[in-house]
Design a protein around this ligand. Structure first.
Ligand code: FEO
Ligand code: CA
Ligand code: CA
Ligand code: CA
Length: 669
């Protein structure tokens, strides 16, 4: 007899209340345990992390990085091969997006001078910071109901800002990629600001480069005279200007292979291969890493475009059909993209490693989304000759197909895509193939009341706002979802609506459009991921700016409906004395059955990155940058904004927690 159909998923826990305590709070009947903290050693012979800034920089390529972010669990069988359903052993692969410098060195970052003349003076500190960015691969397992990572595993690996990488796909070896490090433009060093993530059906990890532009030094006054007009347009569009956020380029003397000077993007020599003027062009990509081969060289997949990549969510995988990845560009007024492979999926490529990546990710079509007011949408091709993207286009004339990919944002502007309120994570519902994208928030400067549209419809004043903090615009964010027409991920048209609007439950009905209650109200949605063990169960993580007066950041569980389950609605936006009607499409209110708060994190953290064991009975969640708001004085640990997870007077640490149900059941149900 056929097996009975599984019962419909139903949320089965009591909502966690909002809170401001310096703890990880989970529902009654659940336990959250710390698994992997900033600085934890991942090789034999590396000492426990002192957490006082004294650990030798040279050990940090074998320690956990900082600011844990997007994360994937790769289940593993006894022979060390990928087995997605493996319940108690796997590789946990995670991004380390950025750093909180205050907590990394004896007394914060050491520098002298000010303005453009400010320079870092302790090379050891900068080397620590290089290693603390990037990606971790760690082997984890469960024994006697307790999860731990294996310090001595041969799978353990750190990828960081010094790791050699291959540039792959159509933009590789183009003129824009040539640097002193790689005079033929075939390689680059490192990855940085790795935010959200993605997977492939052949068992590799995708890490996405988000706010990379800010790490480069480029003082425009000393650079402009040497740049072509086209280069200046490109640099301005991507925001490559300034001293570089951590001043990495300022360390002297530089090394023979320019590990510091390569962060200076100014024109220094006569030819591109004399300097690192093109260094920023080698960042802003989706990077593929094979976690099962610790010696493999990561590849930057240029066919997926260059922008502030948040994540790359794999769409439905069907034998004989193209593969598709959905991607957000997280900056105000940026776009949502998808990449469709030319080759159709062949399950024989499972386990094919980087060669499978060459097949499916180096050859395909890139599209950007246009959301129409009537609930329809189009995918506009980002390709030379399409949608006004030509060798004579204004403001930017593209040299060739590679130049279109290097300057994806300029091509999307010309194509006429819809500017969104900061596209963060993308997630695909395995039950429907529908795609969800978090639009974390925006402000009045980026989207004034006169510039709202149906897909980015709200303008309001959040009560945390004051004249000084100016939380006007859409500070609470929303989540748009769409269904490619005919359930075909390669379709060039789609239908969309707004699944959820972030809001305080106390806000007016024109703001709290999803009718959120005290048990599920949230702000600034960011991480978003559908469970594989429990199809239809959605996890939503927050990176709140506007709501942190009331609660620390949180994780919510949801059981969403479908595109079109709600209704068209006209709302009234208000900005001081100005009011303006805006039509939108509001998904069905989730109610307590459809959305519930599952976790509240410690002080000043962001909740981001999520994965589950192969049986869905362990949930891995990243607690990013607890205590990030304060700049402590090192004589007074009491001034630290958080002491999580170690407690007492300890410096706070980003960390992965593993959450299990005390009765061993499925998480969330
Ligand atoms: Fe790194 Fe868009 O969050
Ligand atoms: Ca994020
Ligand atoms: Ca965010
Ligand atoms: Ca963050």
């Amino acid at each position: 007899a056929p097996a009975p159909a599984p019962a419909a998923a139903k949320l089965g826990f009591n909502a966690v209340p909002k809170g401001l305590a310096d703890v990880v709070a989970v529902p009654a009947g659940y336990t959250a345990s710390v698994l992997y903290r900033l600085g934890d050693p991942i090789a034999t012979g590396v000492t426990a992390y002192a957490n006082d800034g004294t650990d030798a920089a040279a050990s940090y390529d074998r320690r956990a990085g900082d600011h844990h972010d997007g994360m994937t669990y790769f289940g593993m069988d006894a022979s060390g091969k990928w087995l997605p359903t493996a319940a108690d052993r796997g590789l946990l692969v995670m991004n380390h997006e950025a750093i909180t410098p205050s907590f990394l060195h004896p007394t914060g970052q050491t520098s002298t001078g000010s303005g453009n003349a400010q320079v870092r003076t302790v090379a050891e500190e900068v080397m620590r910071e290089f290693y603390l960015h990037g990606v971790s691969v760690i082997e984890i397992s469960k024994s006697a109901a307790k999860w731990s990572y294996k310090q001595a595993s041969g799978f353990n690996r750190r990828v960081h800002t010094l790791t050699p990488m291959t540039l792959s796909g159509p933009a590789a070896k183009s003129n824009a990629m040539k640097t002193k490090y790689s005079t033929d433009g075939s390689t680059t060093r490192g990855t940085v600001n790795n935010c959200a993530n993605g997977t492939t059906p052949w068992g590799t990890y995708l890490t996405c480069e988000e706010n990379w532009a800010g790490y480069f030094r480029r003082i425009t006054a000393s650079d402009n005279a040497n740049r072509s007009p086209r280069e200046l347009i490109s640099l301005a569009r991507y925001g490559v200007a300034g001293t570089g956020r951590e001043l990495w380029a300022t360390v002297t003397p530089d090394t023979a292979d320019n590990v510091y000077g390569r962060w200076n993007a100014e024109v220094l020599g006569a030819a591109a291969v004399d300097d690192y003027r093109n260094g920023p062009n080698t960042y802003g990509w989706v990077v593929e890493i094979d976690p099962f081969d610790a010696l493999s060289t990561p590849k930057k997949r240029t066919a997926l475009g260059r922008f502030g990549h948040e994540g790359a969510c794999l769409g439905p995988v069907v034998v004989g059909k193209p593969l598709v990845w959905y991607m957000g560009d997280d900056s105000r007024n940026e776009y949502v993209y998808k990449f469709v492979s030319t080759k159709n999926w062949d399950a024989a490529d499972i386990g094919g490693g980087m060669a499978a990546g060459d097949k499916y990710m180096d050859d395909g079509k890139l599209y950007v989304a246009k959301f129409n007011a009537d609930g329809t949408g189009q995918w506009l091709a980002i390709a030379l000759g399409a949608n006004g993207i030509t060798t004579t286009a204004t403001p930017y004339a593209f040299a060739d197909a590679a130049d279109v990919l290097v300057n994806t944002r300029l091509a999307a502007d010309i194509a006429g895509a819809t500017k969104m309120d900061r596209p963060e994570w993308t997630a695909v519902n395995p039950k429907t193939g529908e795609v969800y994208v978090t639009l974390t928030n925006t402000n009045a400067a980026s989207r004034p009341i006169g510039a709202t549209d149906a897909a980015n419809p709200r303008f309001y004043n959040d009560p945390k706002g004051s004249a000084a903090t100016a939380q006007r615009g859409n500070p609470n964010g929303h989540i748009v979802r769409f269904a490619d027409d005919n359930a075909n991920p390669a379709s060039l048209t789609f239908k969309w609506d707004v699944y959820l609007f972030g809001a305080r439950s106390t806000a007016s009905s024109d703001i709290n459009l999803s009718q959120l209650s005290a048990d599920n109200d949230f702000s600034s949605p960011d991480g978003l991921w559908f469970s594989e063990a429990t199809p239809g169960l959605l996890w939503l993580e927050t990176d709140d700016g506007a709501y942190t007066d009331v609660t620390n950041c949180m994780l919510l569980a949801a059981l969403p409906g479908k595109v079109g389950d709600g209704a068209r609605k006209t709302i009234t936006n208000v900005d001081g004395a100005t009011s303006r009607a805006q039509e939108t499409i509001v998904g069905a209110a989730p109610g307590a059955a459809g959305l519930r708060r599952f976790l509240v994190g410690p002080k000043e953290c962001e909740i981001t990155g999520i994965a589950e064991s192969g049986d869905g009975r362990a949930l891995f969640v990243n607690i990013q940058h607890p205590g990030e708001d304060t700049r402590p004085t090192y004589t007074d640990p009491a001034s630290f904004g958080s002491h999580w997870p170690d407690g007492g007077s300890a410096r706070p640490r980003s960390a992965t927690v593993v959450i299990t149900r005390n009765d061993g059941g499925l998480i969330g149900l």
